[in-house]
Design a protein around this ligand. Structure first.
Ligand code: NAD
Length: 360
């Protein structure tokens, strides 16, 4: 039997409701596949501020480090919105990413056939879209120096940010890109702006060099402006995309919106070693918290990502993803993805139906 220690960070708002469903799912598949999950729960975000005064208590970070995978639900809410920045729930999230050295952000944009009409694009453009955006998370123009607003010799003010990537930064995100592509359709598209930016030409050269180590992956390159256009023109051409922090920030949101249903989207953040963090893309939805209205499926799909990318259990991940498709096929919908003729259910009921399907 395989043993895994999983840190649960339910956080705020709908977090505890959707986390409860995710834990039930892990218990059921654990029994079926002979995996033993040991759960440890810790506070983060608003609940941590209330309990300890800090959005990321040291003990929480330690617990995360000391586990095989971290499942995060969501943080934040009206109550903590006016606190100083260092005490805000979001600061806890940034602290977690920095503390675990999470440099790679994986965001899938997969069209679920049952929800195809939720997309704003035409059916024939989006059906069968299955893209993974691998975004560099801790470098590039968001962190490069110099940065700031400086006064020039003429007394005029000038805002400055610096886009910079070192060899090691490019190599490690490129490897995540190649390895992700290996686990998927075997195609990797690197997105840059090499026609204008030196840093991008350097990025392209490094990735081309590394490609020799991955002969089973078909590598292509696109300029970011063309990539943005191709994403909405013919998104099916993409399998896995790897790109820097700024381009990835924008393209992953655009790719996600192809699906039209943000309540269904999981994500993963991975480091060089140590546990990754797996969480829904959506926030803590304070407007529906505590009302049993939340859609737990993005959290459940985050569990599948943890099994695939951190615990190397692709068959278990497949089973969960198929289970999600099956409950949608049976017509069950939470309010956020409800459409005519479907069966409206709450968070708990959605979880129960899913557990039934998984138990078959
Ligand atoms: P949000 O994603 O929480 O909510 C946006 C809208 O989508 C709301 O109407 C909400 O009810 C709905 N929604 C979101 N998830 C849903 C789900 N699973 N099921 C059904 N409906 C769902 O974004 P927001 O309102 O901008 O932010 C609310 C709080 O969440 C803020 O404090 C924000 O800082 C925080 N936030 C946290 C994260 C995170 O934890 N990673 C991400 C984004 C926002």
């Amino acid at each position: 039997m395989m043993n895994y220690r999983i840190t649960l960070l339910p956080g705020d708002g709908i977090g505890p409701e959707i986390m409860a469903v995710a834990v039930d799912v892990l218990k059921v598949v654990g029994n079926q596949f002979n995996l033993n999950f040991e759960f440890q729960e810790a506070p983060i975000g608003g609940v941590a501020i209330d309990a300890t005064g800090k959005p990321l208590p040291t003990e929480t970070l330690e617990m995360c480090r000391n586990s095989n995978g971290v499942l995060l639900a969501a943080i934040g809410g009206y109550k903590w919105d006016n606190l100083p920045r260092h005490q805000r729930p979001e600061t806890g999230l940034l602290g977690l990413r920095a503390g675990l050295g999470l440099f790679a952000n994986l965001r899938p944009a997969k069209i679920l056939p049952q929800l195809i009409d939720a997309s704003t694009l035409k059916r024939e453009i989006v059906e069968e879209v299955d893209i993974m955006v691998v975004r560099e998370l801790t470098g590039g123009v968001y962190f490069g120096r110099p940065k700031g607003v400086f006064e020039t010799e003429t007394g005029e003010k000038r805002g400055v940010n610096t886009m910079a990537y070192s060899e090691s930064e490019i190599d490690r995100i490129a490897r995540v890109g190649f390895e992700t592509a290996q686990k998927r359709g075997g195609k990797l598209c690197s997105v840059d702006k090499a026609n204008v930016l030196e840093v991008s030409q350097f990025w392209r050269d490094r990735i081309t060099l590394l490609a020799q180590e991955y002969p089973d992956v078909e590598l292509s390159h696109l300029y970011v402006d063309n990539a943005a256009m191709q994403l909405v023109r013919w998104p099916k051409q993409f399998d896995t995309i790897v790109t820097g922090n700024l381009f990835g920030d924008i393209l992953s949101d655009a790719a996600a919106m192809l699906t039209g249903s943000i309540g269904m989207l999981p994500s993963a953040s991975l480091g060089a070693s140590g546990p990754g963090v797996f969480e829904p893309v959506h926030g803590s939805a304070p407007d529906i918290a505590g009302q049993d209205k939340a859609n737990p499926l993005a959290q459940v799909l985050s569990v599948a990502m943890m099994l695939r990318y951190a615990l190397e259990q692709p068959l278990v991940a497949d089973k969960i993803e198929k289970g999600v498709l099956e409950v949608l096929e049976q017509g069950y919908r939470t309010g956020d993805i409800m459409s005519e003729g479907m069966k409206l259910v709450g968070c708990q009921k959605m979880g129960e139906v899913l557990l039934e399907v998984l138990s078959l």
